[in-house]
Design a protein around this ligand. Structure first.
Ligand code: TYM
Length: 343
């Protein structure tokens, strides 16, 4: 069975961009593929963050993923830092990764502008991503469009490692991306990608009131200044969102009423808000239930980490061997007795 790996940062709420672009796909694919889903806390610390809330945000992200339909009986859900082999493989892969490739990554160039002194972790972010995927020798990686460049680099790293250490074999498969139709959801500002760091999101667990308060001021077709101006739905982000949350009949009605200036933008947004609220209601309810039992979420993550560690351990034994490291011998019996490990 082909193997899928994907990850998400616990750097804020799970939003409808993540959901439409990636998480929905994970939920659908977990039935047909061996699936690993990772909350990537080691990636989240490459941006400014609060240590006091990292653990809580990690648990919340796992809770949201479970509420969105990740099923621990079908997928392995775990936290990246619970499997130390991610960091180990990242270090090893650093040694075959060209610096120039890291420097030309679009996300690195964007994010580096937010720092006066750019941390090396930000530059090496895509190597950790490569380690995530290659550690499980995954074949497929369902992601949004913004991760495509990182995956191209992952394939290049796999090729370079295989050429140098693969002993003539393709030890690391070259993972291919899987995109959805919603590969790049625009934020409520109507311009940038919907993103936790830009505050232009609708959260998967937002209340009906929060959803409406966020949608009300959202950008629409800029040519529609008054209610009487006919609009062009194709250039309106609200219309695009209708395509993911409303029935085909409603989408057709929205287009017709926009072009004919029969609805104002607020009318159109109200219908969208109602449909988003209805779509997200069961997810929100499941999340509220899970929030009552954090120990259940921790238990699921514990099980996931133990399975992931076993898989990661198998890969790393091969990797260390192929890279020529001296294998650690088990401690001699006498020293075990001295340390009280055996009588
Ligand atoms: P992250 O946490 O930014 O986002 C998680 C997933 O959501 C997708 N996504 C979007 N899709 C469509 N429209 C949007 N506006 C939108 N915003 C986010 C992302 O493409 C992603 O699939 N580096 C990754 C996490 C990661 C990873 C990995 C992914 C770490 N290791 C290994 C795959 C494989 C990230 O920051 O995603």
């Amino acid at each position: 069975m082909p193997r899928i790996f994907s990850g998400i940062q616990p750097s804020g709420e799970l939003h409808i961009g993540n959901w439409l672009g990636a998480v929905q796909n994970w939920v659908n694919l977990q039935r047909s593929y061996e699936t690993l889903i990772c909350v990537v806390d080691l990636h989240a610390i490459t941006a400014k963050y609060e240590a006091e809330s990292l653990a809580q945000r990690t648990r919340e992200m796992a809770t949201s993923l479970l509420a969105a339909g990740i099923d621990p009986d079908q997928a392995i859900l775990f936290v990246q830092s619970h499997v130390p082999e991610h960091s180990e493989l990242q270090w090893l892969l650093n040694t075959v990764t060209p610096l120039g490739e890291l420097e030309r990554m679009t996300q690195f160039k964007d994010k580096a502008q937010r720092f006066e002194s750019v941390p090396a972790g930000l530059l090496n972010y895509p190597v950790l991503m490569a380690a995530d995927v290659l550690l499980y020798r995954a074949d497929l990686v369902p992601v949004g469009e913004d991760q495509i460049q990182h995956l191209e680099l992952t394939r290049e790293i796999a090729r370079k490692w295989n050429a140098q250490f693969g002993r003539g074999e393709t030890f690391f498969p070259e993972p291919q991306p899987i995109l959805t139709e919603a590969k790049r959801i625009t934020g409520l500002d109507g311009q940038a990608k919907m993103s936790k760091s830009l505050g232009n999101t609708i959260g998967l667990l937002d209340t009906p009131e929060e959803i409406w308060q966020k949608l009300r001021p959202a950008k629409t077709d800029p040519a529609r200044v008054t209610r009487l101006d006919p609009g062009t739905p194709e250039i309106c982000n609200i219309y695009h969102l209708h395509q993911y949350f409303s029935s085909p009949e409603t989408v057709a009605l929205v287009a017709e009423n926009c072009r004919g200036a029969k609805w104002g933008c607020l009318d159109c947004k109200r219908v969208l808000a109602d449909n988003i609220i209805a779509t997200l209601k069961p997810i929100r309810e499941r999340a509220l239930g899970l929030q009552e039992q954090p120990e259940r979420v921790d238990e699921i993550l514990g099980d996931g980490a133990s399975t992931a560690r076993r898989m990661a351990g198998e890969t790393m034994r091969e990797v260390r061997d192929r890279m020529g490291f001296l294998m650690a011998a088990p401690p001699a019996l006498s020293s075990r007795v001295q340390r009280g490990l055996e009588s």
